[in-house]
Design a protein around this ligand. Structure first.
Ligand SMILES: N[C@@H](CCC(=O)N[C@@H](CS)C(=O)NCC(=O)O)C(=O)O
Length: 213
């Protein structure tokens, strides 16, 4: 079994992360790398998911970012990359190594990422269709996932004073909702507002990876 060491792939000076600074999933990876002290070893290279000529599509056939090239591999998606970085840092720092805690953490990650997925589909509906083509039924379907997800999350929040993979996913998803505003969440989920304020005060990597204005 070969060791993980974040080695650059041939032709590169450092490991390369394909992501824009606006992707909530890319932000998860950027935050995880900062928290684990690995960010200096990763070069961030933007990608344009709409450009058929962008080699992101060779790196990830799904044409999605983030995508990390290191240790002779190309890794996606954000959950895999966060798990890789955690393993590289010795394991168990962002994702508990085992037991119920591990699967509780991973389920919270799946919920927060799933809310981001539904929010992104709402944003894409506006980006890929003109007003006459937009489906109110589809938007409502996705919005239901966002609102039910936020309610479930509010009832089972991770500790805001501990940075784990779940807290990173929740913070990046809420940051994305604040940026793109597919739903106005702040009035209806006040415990999430308090959670984000507290997490941002505890974890400097949240501000350091803020979506640029
Ligand atoms: N499950 C993936 C989602 C990644 C994703 O959807 N990224 C968006 C950017 S924020 C993307 O690449 N969209 C382009 C597309 O879907 O074609 C992950 O966690 O990495």
């Amino acid at each position: 079994m070969s060791q993980l060491n974040l080695a650059a792939i041939p032709g590169e000076a450092r490991a390369v992360l394909r992501t824009t600074l606006t992707s909530p999933y890319g932000r998860k990876v950027r935050m995880a790398a900062q928290v684990l002290g690995l960010d200096d070893r990763i070069e961030i290279r933007p990608a344009d998911t709409l450009d058929a000529g962008d080699d992101l599509r060779d790196q990830n056939p799904l044409g999605k970012m983030p995508c990390l090239m290191a240790d002779g591999m190309t890794m996606f998606d954000s959950r895999v990359i966060v798990e890789y970085l955690d393993a590289l840092a010795g394991g168990g720092r962002l994702i508990p190594a085992g037991g119920v805690d591990r699967f509780h953490c991973l389920t919270r990650v799946a919920l927060a990422d799933g809310i981001a997925d539904a929010a992104l589909l709402m944003v894409y509906e506006g980006r890929f269709r003109d007003a006459a083509q937009m489906s109110a039924r589809w938007l409502d379907h996705q919005k239901g996932k966002v609102t039910r997800g936020l309610t479930a999350l509010q009832a089972d929040l991770p500790d805001p004073d501990t940075t784990d993979a779940a807290a990173i996913s929740v913070a990046c998803m809420l940051g994305y909702l604040d940026w793109r505003r597919p739903v106005e969440w702040r009035g209806d989920w006040p415990a999430l507002v308090d959670w984000l304020d507290r997490f941002a005060a505890h974890e400097p990597a949240f501000d350091a990876t803020r979506i640029p204005a």
